[in-house]
Design a protein. Structure first.
Length: 618
């Protein structure tokens, strides 16, 4: 049964004030002066962590130097959704270029034990109706999601367009031929009419910048490149039998580690879980999908469910709107809605609703702290595992085995909040809180280059538009786009993800809608005989002014959060955040706006240029 408001402890205003002060204290303990620079880029001797594929061999091929209509950078969810929408728009000559050896993106690379999606799979996994696929349970295993990626690729015939095991090294606009030169590590020089950047934020692993990391003589790997040859087991059957005589440490206690730690605790001789900031961890309740219910759904059911999830997770439930998801992501909105329903749905201003939500936020987080205390036997360990921050300051987690793992005699939590991380590594292990721990293996669950500078996140040496203008320089102080998907001085280039567009709680929904918009613009440009299409400076400036005029200022909330990739590790000087500058009126308001723009059919704000030679021939 879903939790109700009565399942959360009551908190008074005085208790909220005390908790708020505690939240700020815990934040300040963890903020490092070097913020994102505390992480080490996977380059130099660490490049193999990013560049090498431990799962599939690289198949030799000849370099490609011909022309194509579109190059899509990425073959994960984003790249796949763009490709399916481009095909619907009439494009048949394109490439999905990806570093991995198959479709899936992060679901190709991440194969660590316990990996599952942590959003409702019926929302998260795209194109379920189109592929006829039923997820097996609420939170699907990684191998099932990657298999579904292959099903999508087969359904939409994407494999003939795939260039796997290929890293983009440069994108350079050539005004002489009105094409993008797409250079790769395979020697390719593809001339593309259009390019779409669809790499996603979980593209490139990062390492913690621990002093002495190069001196460690034992085994070291990142969770994004799990080494089953060392641990034993395999993706679909993670019996880590080779760890039975190994002492293992894992750095990080985010969403990945929450899934990994129970397996390490079960199989390794000794496990050290190194924590700077604890995650909130709710019950999982990973129930199977009911086939009878699934088969009874009417066409359009997934879109309806996604909209409902977005309302509950990121906006608010409307009067009478049910919570279809019923999990940790929707609990706060569900409880606020229950309160309003009990009061007869009184009119509430945005400020009044936010005040109600804040109180429920404190109640839910107090419930989660009590859950930790009820499960973990050692009171000191339980206290260290409690999350003291607002909901959504860090990615919420759910797992039924994480907290019980700390009751195992072979598992030790090492809290490094006081020293803001591991002090150093040695030949034999690591030093934390002044003590050296000898280990055989160090595992980094340290995440990705999500909020570092774009050149680090994307890993592309050069992206140059007109007159050699670098996108990295152009966006150094923040995004400059039109509708979040194009930029002046970068003709025939499209951007996806979190820039200056709408942000949906279900990423794949965002990517589908962006792909539809990109497909429309590109196909309309060709229909109108254009060789280039890009926003005018005036239109881009006007769009950004309007975007910021309707923006919601959540800087106080963000700045009070504990440091994480959600807030640039507490760096308040940064101009760019993981979620970009989302449309303040809400995702569906943004979608309505760009749909109306398309319906007008004028391509307003875009400048189209034709080939003078073709015009002369006519």
């Amino acid at each position: 049964m879903p939790l109700t408001p009565s399942d959360c402890p009551h908190v008074t205003r005085e208790q909220i004030d005390v908790l708020h002060a505690r939240y700020l204290e815990e934040r300040d303990r963890r903020i490092k002066k070097d913020h994102n620079d505390q992480y080490v880029e996977t380059s130099g001797k660490w490049a193999k962590i990013y560049e090498e594929d431990p799962y599939n061999p690289v198949i030799p091929r000849k370099a490609i130097t011909g022309e194509t209509d579109v190059v899509i950078l990425g073959a994960g969810y984003c790249g796949m959704m763009v490709a399916t929408e481009l095909k619907k728009a009439g494009f048949t000559d394109f490439y999905n270029v990806d570093h991995g050896g198959d479709f899936g993106g992060t679901w190709y690379w991440n194969r660590y034990p316990g990996i599952q999606c942590d959003n409702d799979a019926l929302c998260y996994m795209p194109l379920l109706e189109e592929t006829g696929y039923m997820p097996s349970k609420k939170f699907c295993d990684g191998y099932e999601i990657q298999n579904h990626c292959r099903i999508i690729a087969e359904t939409f015939d994407l494999y003939p367009h795939a260039l796997f095991h290929t890293l983009i090294k440069e994108l350079r606009w050539d005004p002489e031929i009105n094409r993008w030169h797409v250079g790769t590590n395979r020697g390719d020089d593809i001339k593309a009419r259009f390019v779409v950047l669809a790499m996603g934020p979980l593209n490139k692993p990062k390492l913690p910048g621990i002093p002495g990391i190069d001196s460690f003589k034992g085994k070291l790997f990142h969770t994004a490149r799990w080494d089953y040859d060392y641990t034993g087991g395999e993706w679909r059957n993670p019996v880590l039998s080779k760890l039975k005589d190994k002492k293992v440490a894992i750095v990080g206690t985010g969403a990945t580690a929450v899934q990994v730690v129970p397996y390490l605790g079960k199989y390794a001789k000794q496990v050290y879980v190194i924590q700077r900031t604890p995650s909130s961890v709710d019950a999982r309740d990973n129930r199977p999908t009911d086939p009878e219910w699934y088969n009874s759904q009417k066409p359009g059911w997934q879109e309806e469910r996604i909209r409902n999830f977005h309302h509950a997770a990121m906006e608010r439930l409307a009067p009478g709107e049910p919570d279809m998801i019923q999990d940790i992501w929707t609990e706060i909105s569900r409880n606020v809605a229950a309160e309003l329903e009990a009061e007869g749905w009184p009119e509430t201003t945005p400020e009044e609703y936010a005040a109600r939500r804040e109180v429920v936020d404190y109640r839910v987080m107090e419930r989660l702290r009590q859950r930790c205390e009820e499960i973990v036997d050692d009171p000191n360990t339980a206290e260290a595992l409690k999350p003291y921050y607002r909901f959504l300051c860090k990615r919420p987690c759910s797992n039924d085995d994480y907290y019980p793992t700390f009751n195992r005699p072979n598992v030790e939590l090492i809290d490094v909040a006081a020293t803001q991380g591991v002090e150093r590594m040695t030949e034999k292990g690591f030093v934390a809180n002044g003590k050296e721990y000898e280990i055989d293996c160090m595992i980094f669950a340290s995440g990705y280059e999500v909020t570092n500078d774009l050149d680090r996140r994307w890993g592309i040496d050069r992206i140059e538009g007109r007159d050699g203008l670098s996108i990295y320089d152009y966006w150094r102080e923040g995004f400059q786009t039109f509708q979040g998907m194009m930029a002046h001085n970068f003709p025939n280039m499209f951007f996806t993800g979190f820039t200056q567009a709408g942000a949906n709680a279900t990423n794949s929904k965002t990517f589908i809608d962006q792909g539809r918009h990109i497909g429309y613009i590109a196909s309309e440009a060709l229909k109108r005989g254009a060789v280039t299409v890009e926003p005018t400076q005036e239109a881009q400036d006007a769009y950004i002014r309007h975007l910021r005029s309707v923006a919601v200022d959540n800087s106080e909330f963000v700045n009070e959060c504990t440091p994480s990739y959600f807030n640039n590790e507490g760096d308040q000087t940064k101009k760019r955040f993981i979620f970009g500058e989302p449309w303040g009126e809400g995702y569906y308001a943004f979608e309505d706006m760009i749909a109306a723009w398309r319906n007008e059919g004028e391509l307003a704000g875009l400048e189209l240029t034709s080939d003078p030679q073709l015009q002369a021939a006519e």
